[in-house]
Write a protein that binds this ligand. Structure first.
Ligand code: DC
Length: 225
């Protein structure tokens, strides 16, 4: 069997990582791994237990009771929290905030990184997150740091949420997003940051197809024999 290939896609929220990574995974026949969903599942558990997500002393003892796993249904990643499918329940603004807060705790990260590395061990993967190129998979054959202007990212997230029927304002989304990016970039351990050997792609003025095309070109150049 050929050695598995890893592609890391990192970047701030709303840059389009998950849509792009899903499309690429389909085209290349790789497994797509959404690591943010794992932090979200931990955030949901912490919320249900009534613990403050910023409180390490409150969060750490809960970790032993949390089992996160992923499975695929028709190629779509499903996330399970203690065997409960929470894939839809983790997509709320409150869980976005909880996920960002719990993700700053080292014990939370170490638990999830072990799971993420295990998944990439035996299969070719496209993994998206914040620290995949810098920390989780430092030997990934291709590392992309996908970004876009704050305004564009907020607009995209606004459209995504309102299309699903959510009632929200663009200003509110832009503010929450900026706060979360600041949290994720400023944490001490494995913060959101471009790896030195990553390729930075600014998607502000690009369509999704154009971004996918660019990454495929880079993949063919760097990873194909
Ligand atoms: O990608 P997302 O918005 O679903 O991620 C939710 C939060 O999880 C994000 O604010 C930061 C955290 N996260 C992280 O710290 N490291 C990752 N590899 C993925 C997500």
């Amino acid at each position: 069997m050929n050695k598995p290939i890893s592609i890391a896609i990192d970047g701030p929220s709303g840059a389009g990582k998950s849509t792009i990574a899903k499309t690429l995974a389909k085209k290349l026949g790789f497994i797509y791994i959404d690591t943010g969903a794992m932090y979200r599942a931990v955030g949901l558990y912490v919320l249900r237990r009534g613990v403050e997500p910023t409180d390490l002393a409150g969060v750490e003892p809960l970790l032993a009771d949390i089992d996160i796993s992923i499975a695929y249904e028709d190629g779509t990643q499903k996330v399970f929290l203690n065997n409960e499918d929470v894939s839809d329940k983790i997509r709320t603004p409150q869980i976005s905030k909880y996920a960002s807060d719990v993700s700053a705790h080292v014990p939370v990260r170490l638990k999830l990184v072990e799971l993420q590395r295990g998944l990439a061990n035996s299969k070719s993967v496209i993994m998206d997150g914040r620290d995949i190129g810098t920390y989780v998979l430092p030997d990934a054959q291709l590392k992309i740091f996908l970004t876009a202007s704050g305004e564009e990212r907020a607009k995209r997230r606004y459209l995504e949420l309102t299309q699903k029927g959510a009632v929200c304002s663009l200003e509110e989304i832009a503010r929450d997003m900026a706060q979360r990016d600041e949290n994720d970039s400023k944490r001490a351990f494995a913060p959101l940051k471009a790896a030195d050997d990553s390729i930075v792609l600014d998607s502000t003025t690009l369509t999704q197809d154009e971004v996918v095309e660019k990454i495929l070109e880079l993949y063919n150049f760097k990873c194909e024999d």
